[in-house]
Design a protein around this ligand. Structure first.
Ligand SMILES: C[S@@+](CC[C@H](N)C(=O)[O-])C[C@H]1O[C@@H](n2cnc3c(N)ncnc32)[C@H](O)[C@@H]1O
Length: 264
């Protein structure tokens, strides 16, 4: 069944693209029989949508639920795939960032979802504080639950609401490291993030989508984009790109890119 594109979140197998119903029946039956950990098969019926980045699904086989428990690098995440964003494909990126955080840092996550980035950091860095904002109430409730499940209440602090209102009120000039895991709002969030760095210095993990013609041009394009954003917002800051890495291809030549920016 090479042509069936799927992902697994906890006990739910998600068929990502509509396919021939009889092939799907055969595939789902085989999976449920062979892999007892998979209890449910659903079909994704919409793209990721809106600011909440949720998707629509249709139940196909097995237990009828959209809620599950996903384990990743020793962390446990309860999630409802139909009301919140969760992507196992970002697991490497979460660990990569968690490994960069140093003890004592104040970290700010603008777009926390159910908490996978914040909790990955908190379970590695016991002397940090990770301020975590989330707009979607369903995702926020899972964030609070997941903090309890992973026993990091002393490290991850939660805020329900719009990061664009909360951050200027609470965090301008306060933090060492910032996570912006929402390409949709990348350019709007960047100046707010720069203003939140302590003495204008620190690290911003910026996720963007970009048209990529040639690999060598990625950093030049990104640098130009950042300079434009800073200029438009009258921010004078010096920065360099520490790392940029392709997270995945979203379409031919459209890349989801993680950029580590150092402001000094
Ligand atoms: C792409 S998801 C990433 C969630 C999480 N970081 C992860 O990797 O699973 C972006 C999240 O940001 C939330 N969000 C969107 N706009 C927001 C805003 N203005 N303030 C706070 N959260 C927001 C969405 O509800 C969603 O849960």
């Amino acid at each position: 069944m090479k042509d069936i594109i799927f992902e697994i979140v906890g006990s739910i197998l998600i068929i990502r693209e509509q396919t021939d119903e009889s092939k799907l029946l055969q595939f789902s039956n085989e999976i449920l029989e062979r892999y007892p950990k998979i209890k449910t098969v659903v079909v994704q019926t919409s793209k990721v949508k809106g600011v909440e980045r949720s998707r629509d699904f249709q139940h196909f086989m097995g237990i009828e639920t959209f809620e599950t428990v996903h384990k990743e690098y020793g962390n446990t995440f309860e999630v409802d795939i139909s009301t919140t964003f969760f992507s196992p494909r970002l697991s490497y990126e979460r660990q990569r960032i968690a490994n960069l955080v140093k003890e004592g840092e104040i970290v700010l996550n603008f777009f926390s979802g159910v908490g996978p980035f914040s909790i990955a950091i908190a379970t590695k860095c016991k002397e940090c504080i990770v301020h975590s904002i989330e707009l979607n109430e369903a995702a926020y409730n899972f964030l609070v639950r997941n903090i309890e499940l992973n026993k990091c209440e002393d490290i991850v602090k939660t805020y329900l609401g719009d990061a664009f209102s909360i951050v200027p009120d609470l965090f301008f000039g306060e933090v060492d490291r910032i996570l912006l895991p929402l390409p949709l709002e990348a350019e709007r969030a960047l100046p707010v993030a720069v203003n939140s760095l302590k003495d204008g210095k620190g690290i911003i993990h910026w996720q963007i989508t970009d048209k990529v013609q040639e690999k060598e041009r990625i950093n030049r394009n990104i640098e130009q984009k950042i300079e434009n954003v800073l200029k438009t917002n009258q921010i004078e800051s010096s920065f360099h790109i520490e790392t940029s890495r392709l997270i995945r291809w979203l379409a031919p030549r459209i890349a989801h890119i993680a950029v580590d920016l150092v402001f000094s």
